[in-house]
Design a protein around this ligand. Structure first.
Ligand SMILES: N[C@@H](CCC(=O)N[C@@H](CS)C(=O)NCC(=O)O)C(=O)O
Length: 333
């Protein structure tokens, strides 16, 4: 069998992972999608959708769609559930993956890591918030089982693992049951880690700068204190240096975040959400496009309306509370 794939593709990695777990050999053909190799007339004859992964079977026919390929490879192996009811549930997970994980975590990761998120406006943030919901749903299911269909791993786990395990790369923390499930998959005999990385040709010109910025910002989006616990801001301030952003708690549809700021954040706006800043300590400068700079000392606050382009600056370590809709993802894209 021959697999046409691309190194940066989580869809391709899913297939390579199952090949490895099954100990099966295949010929790997790298398709340089950012050189247009998936859109040549020759490749389109193989897969009219112009996409990888694509499996060429030994009879010379082609099978597209990563999850269909997984299904094909899993047939007759321990990764295919035995009862038809369990197969139906596996198929439900394969479909869930293609609607709630791949176009969500996969797309947001692609935009962020290749410098495309700014051009996407609020869409990246929407996908990140959506990804968080998908991970929470997965976490709930995994509360009482080792793998998605029960005690044993199946094709459903391999499909779901492909992009789920990459979520922390875009600051989507894995909830505890999801993290434990990932560790169980990584412990399977024959497991191979994914080298899912974009090649330089995938990068837009400002991508390196954007990726570096992203790495510089330590953004913790887990709801650290939740309900009915004492929120310990002095502890957070003592433990962290700028630049740091931690979600403290959720209040109905809004989040309260702690920012420990220093230096300059990039200009950005939130198309649909207002953002309130209240300074606890230090001095915050809010540059507001068309309005100049608002300087805030301790106990002073300011709400930036939705759609207004702004950036924050601080010359000294400055501690700020931010109150904003839960749909905002604080990566400032
Ligand atoms: N639903 C498809 C999605 C495949 C897909 O989006 N492939 C991307 C790489 S991850 C691709 O081939 N892009 C190249 C192109 O569109 O030309 C699957 O699961 O296989």
């Amino acid at each position: 069998m021959r697999l046409y794939t691309y190194v940066g593709s989580g869809n391709g990695y899913k297939v390579e992972l199952l090949f490895a777990l099954l100990g099966r050999q295949y010929e790997r053909v790298e398709v340089s999608i950012f050189d247009g190799e998936s859109r040549t007339p020759e490749f389109l004859k193989k897969n009219p959708a112009g996409r990888v992964p694509l499996l060429e079977l030994d009879d010379g026919t082609y099978l597209p769609e990563s999850n269909a390929i997984l299904w094909h490879l899993a047939r007759g192996t321990r990764f295919m559930p035995s009862s038809t009811a369990a197969q139906d549930r596996a198929l439900a997970w394969l479909t869930f993956e293609q609607s709630e994980i791949e176009p969500v975590i996969g797309s947001a990761r692609f935009w962020i890591q290749t410098g495309r998120s700014r051009a996407r406006g609020d869409e990246t943030q929407r996908r990140l918030a959506w990804g968080k919901q998908s991970l929470a749903a997965l976490d709930g299911v995994l509360a009482d089982r080792a793998f998605l269909l029960g005690a044993d791993p199946s094709v459903a786990d391999i499909a779901m693992y492909g992009y789920t395990h990459l979520a922390p790369e875009i600051d989507l923390a894995l909830p505890p049951n999801v993290a434990a499930w990932c560790a169980r998959i990584q412990a399977l005999p024959g497991f191979v880690p994914g080298k899912v990385v974009y090649d330089p040709k995938a990068m837009l010109p400002d991508a390196n700068q954007r990726v570096a910025e992203h790495a510089r910002y330590n953004t913790q989006m887990d709801n650290k204190y939740g309900y009915s616990t004492t929120i310990d801001i002095p502890h957070e301030v003592a433990e962290h240096e700028p630049w740091f952003n931690q979600t403290l708690t959720q209040v109905n549809d809004s989040l309260v975040r702690l920012g420990i700021l220093g230096g300059e954040y990039h200009w950005h706006k939130h198309d649909n959400e207002d953002e309130c800043f209240i300074v606890l300590d230090g001095e915050l400068m809010l540059d507001i496009e068309g309005k100049g700079t608002v300087t805030l000392g301790p106990k002073l606050g300011y709400t930036v309306p939705k759609g207004v382009v702004h950036r924050t600056r601080a010359n000294v370590k400055t501690t700020v509370l931010m109150i904003e809709a839960a749909t905002v993802t604080p990566t400032g894209d």
